[in-house]
Structure formats: C-alpha cells, structure tokens
Ligand binder design. Structure first.
Ligand SMILES: Nc1ncnc2c1ncn2[C@@H]1O[C@H](COP(=O)(O)OP(=O)(O)OP(=O)(O)O)[C@@H](O)[C@H]1O
Ligand SMILES: [Mg+2]
Length: 502
C-alpha cells in the first residue's frame, strides 16, 4: 500500500469487513460508531478502523470507549422493559445497539498519515483491517519497530521514529506489569539495532544479570573516582556527626583522598591507611606555633577515630575495585550489552558507583564525543526520587545533566519505574526529559498523572489500571501516531507466569 501510485481504495474497501456506521454529532477528531448487528462480539477497545468518510477522505481511527444501549432498559424511569426484567424475563433487543467512540489518528487518503481536517460525515461506513492489510504501514516507514499492535496481528509491528530514541525513554508500570521484560525483549535489542551499546544498571542483580551471563560486571569491580569515594565515605562515616566541624572534617577527608596513597591491598589495610592519613592531615592543619597539636586538633582527631570505629571492612569493599570507568566503557564496546550487577552493597555504595561512571560519561560528552551509548536504569526512583536526599541529590542532578548533554552527544537514557509521579514516582525535573514513555498497568496513585499523558486520546485511567502484563501504551516522540498506541510483545513459553508451567 502507499507508494507513488496511490492506493486503489475501491478494491481496498471491498476486501475489508464493514463493522459499523458513523453516528450523528461527529467532529474531525472523534466520532461515535454504531456497530452492525453481532459485531459487538468481535470488535474490541483499541481495534483499528478505517472510516470511508463520505465527506471525501479516508481516515484511520481507533476504538476507545465502547457502550451498549437499550431503550427498553433505561433506568431513569419505570418502563415495561424494566418491569419484564424485574420478573426475570429477557428484554426485547429491538431497541438495543452497541457502539464505540472512534478517536482519529489521521487522514490516510494518500497512504501516509496526516492530520485530519475534514468533518467525519454521519452515515460513513467504518471498516476493520485484516491481517493482510496492515494499518501500521500508514503510520511511518521505519526499519526500527517495537513489539506489535496489541489489538492486531503479530505482523503489525509498530514503526518508530528512531531519531528520538536518544531523547530518552521512560518505562512505567506497577510491579509485575512487564517492564523488565519489555526492556530485555524489546528495548535493549532495539537500541542495539539502532547502533547503541547498552549499559544496564541492575539494581537488584536479578532482572538482567542472570540473562546475560557473559556480559556482567559486579559493582565491586569498579574503581570509584575521588569524588565518589569522598561522598561515599562521608555518608558511611555519618558526616562525622554533621555541623560545622563535620563539614571541616569532610574537607580533611577530601584532602586525604586526593593527595595520599590511601588504597591498601586489603579492605582492612585501606581502613587503617585512611584513618592514619586523616589523623595526619588534621594534625598538620591544627598545629600551634609551639609545634604542639591545638585543642581543635584533638577534638577532630577524636571525632575521626570514633567515626572510623563504625566502619567495617565490608564497608570499604566498594573502594577496592580496580576497573576504571574508561575500562568499563571499553568492555561495553566489546560486548555491546553490559550489565552492572548492583546487588551487593548499600544504597550509598550503589549510587557512588553510578556517580563515578556517569561522571566519566559526562566528561566524554563535554569533550564533544558522540557516545552512542544507552544507559538503562531499572528502579529509577532509587536514583531520582521525587524528593531526593543525601547522595540522591547528586544522582538526580547528574541524571538531569546527562539528559541534556545526551540529546546532543547521543547518550540515551531509559528510566524504569513502578510509579510515574509523587512518592512512588521519579523526580519531576528528570521526568520532563523523557520524551517517549511506555506506560503499562499503573498504580491507582498515578491515575491523575497518567491521565495527563493521555489528554484528548480517550484512554482512561480505568483502562490503564487494568492493562494485562506486557501491554504498554507508547506515548510521545518515537510514536509515529499522534495518539498513544497500545503495544505488546511475545515472550518465550518458559517465561510465562500462570498455572501449567514447570
Ligand atoms: N509480553 C508479555 N506477555 C506475557 N507475559 C508477560 C509479558 N511481559 C511480561 N510478562 C510476564 O509478567 C511477569 C512480570 O514481568 P516483569 O518482571 O518484567 O515485571 P516488572 O514490571 O519488571 O516488575 P518489577 O517492578 O517487580 O520489577 C513476567 O514474569 C512475565 O511472565
Ligand atoms: Mg522489573
């Protein structure tokens, strides 16, 4: 279909099945369709239809919001029909009909989708597509596709405007809605095909690491940069009790990290060296003219010793990694997909690894290098919650900077989260940078936020709350349709949940 010769619409409409007729009070963007007798059993929400508009054009539209009507069963008054029903008799179906609201995707008269500006004439016939006539071909021609249209055929893969993949992606849905599967089976392969190497940050180490056994590195292998070491240690040492003196001591710690040989061969040795060097730096800064340690020097040293008592050798393990961010990126280039297993260690340790790695990526971009790297961040609220605290403030800010730089230097972010906004969601300033969203089954708390993304497209939070796993609406820039489309994808039999399985 499509092409220079145009479409032979008369043979088209002959081969399509008519399912209904446009009712009164239509506009150029939506209309009500009355279904032909019996079609209510086969036409469902999200079915794609072609309107043979009597006003003169062909319109691609989608069914959203069905209804059944029977005048004999009106409940606003006592009617004979109600009286029958009350006694358990079947009502007459002579005044019964079914319908759907049609939401216009666009004018497809010449084979590609354009904004429809013509009023849809009441009485126009409405057809349903069949397997051979793929409506996705109207939308956009692209070798990059994702899944398939959920209420169509498996061959109806959804074309993407791939240029926008580097304008960042959000994947949202409650637990078990299929986010990680979407990433593994669709988004990672898609980004690879698009020419990006994909670095996955696997917060729990269970969603991705087991599936890429040859492409995993552990967070403990990563050498933290000085700044990440300081923020990690400061957090682990409780900021030396906080306050002005605590701040002073963090600056001593900074000096130790940036100027001394503090890494030992073991975690225990590292701990000893850190403390020894810290006491030394404190001493030098607090000498009295007489050459003796001043009063404040004693206080700082005592605080340092007390704070270090809280550290176990395990806390120092993240400082023992030897793989530099540059080496990780090199490995990523070799492997194409690299999963960073963040499963061991505290939240501070995980975020420090993230900071170390992303600081390097940021530098590369500031030096005007094109990266062609996709960073896939599962459990995104851990990095950029709605109200960031402590290290989260740094990681949130970093994500905002990466998003801005990434648009120019081809670093694509994919943030995966159970919630969109508020307490369960991700930080609003980060979210504003996500130009493409995959929205699966949402949490009731997210209903108001989700509805904003679906304004005027007649997808209600009612249906978003009920989406089955593996179903996602595509919203935003990569979506070639002006209204969100419902996609799904195949997973292998052994991955399915439900009874009957192993
Ligand atoms: N396309 C699909 N078709 C059928 N089933 C699917 C599909 N995608 C996912 N599932 C099922 O849904 C289950 C949950 O998927 P997944 O682990 O991706 O959820 P999640 O959204 O990442 O959850 P969490 O937030 O807890 O990590 C899977 O075990 C799988 O069986
Ligand atoms: Mg998951």
């Amino acid at each position: 279909m499509g092409g220079e010769e145009g479409i032979d619409w008369s043979s088209w409409t002959k081969s399509l099945e008519q399912i209904g007729v446009i009712a009164s009070q239509s506009t150029e963007n939506s209309a009500i369709m009355v279904l032909q007798e019996g079609k209510e059993g086969t036409v469902t929400n999200e079915t794609l239809v072609l309107i043979d508009n009597r006003a003169g054009n062909k319109i691609l539209a989608v069914c959203r919001g069905g209804f059944g009507y029977n005048d004999a069963l009106r409940t606003s008054a006592y009617t004979p029909g109600i009286a029958y029903a009350k006694r358990g008799h079947g009502p007459s179906s002579s005044k019964e009909y079914f319908g759907f609201r049609l939401v216009v995707i666009g004018d497809v008269t010449d084979g590609t989708v354009k904004q429809n500006t013509m009023i849809i004439a009441p009485g126009s016939p409405v057809y349903r597509f069949n397997e051979r006539l793929n409506p996705m071909n109207f939308l956009y021609r692209s070798r990059f596709t994702v899944g398939y249209y959920a209420k169509g055929h498996k061959s109806w893969t959804i074309p993407l405007m791939a240029d926008y993949l580097s304008h960042h992606i959000g994947v949202f849905g409650v637990t078990g809605s299929g986010k990680s599967f979407l990433c593994r089976y669709q988004l990672i392969p898609l980004l690879r095909e698009y020419g990006y190497d994909v670095l996955v940050l696997d917060w729990k180490g269970s969603d991705y690491a087991p599936y890429y056994p040859d492409n995993v590195i552990s967070m403990g292998d990563v050498e933290l940069d000085d700044s990440a070491v300081v923020s990690y240690l400061a957090e682990a040492l409780g900021y030396f009790g906080g306050g002005d003196s605590g701040m002073r001591m963090v600056s001593y710690l900074e000096e130790v990290i940036s100027t001394s040989e503090w890494r030992g061969r073991t975690a225990t040795e590292t701990k000893e060296r850190l403390l020894y060097n810290l006491l030394d730096v404190i001493k030098e800064d607090n000498l009295e003219p007489t050459g003796k340690l001043g009063r404040w020097g004693y206080i700082y040293q005592r605080k340092a010793m007390r704070a270090f008592e809280r550290l176990s050798p395990d806390d120092l393990k993240p400082l023992m990694g030897t793989m530099k961010p540059s080496e990780i990126i090199q490995l990523l280039r070799e492997k194409g997909v690299l999963v960073m297993d963040l499963s061991y260690g505290s939240k501070e340790q995980k975020l420090s690894v993230f900071l170390s790695l992303t600081r390097y990526l940021k530098r590369l971009m500031e030096e005007k290098n094109e990266l062609r790297i996709a960073l896939l961040i599962d459990e995104a609220p851990q990095y950029c919650p709605w109200q960031p605290r402590g290290l989260e403030e740094k990681t949130t800010k970093t994500l905002i900077e990466l998003a801005a730089l990434g648009r120019s230097y081809k670093l694509s972010l994919t943030l995966v989260s159970q919630g969109i906004a508020g307490e369960i969601g991700i930080n609003a300033a980060v979210r504003r940078n996500l130009n493409t969203l995959f929205i699966g089954r949402i949490h009731p708390l997210d209903a108001p936020e989700a509805e904003r993304y679906f304004a005027n497209s007649f997808v209600t939070s009612d249906s978003l709350l009920r989406l089955p796993e593996g179903h996602f609406y595509i919203v935003g820039k990569v979506n070639p349709s002006p209204v969100p489309l419902l996609m799904t994808f195949e997973i292998p039999e052994h991955e399915r949940v439900g009874w009957g399985g192993g």
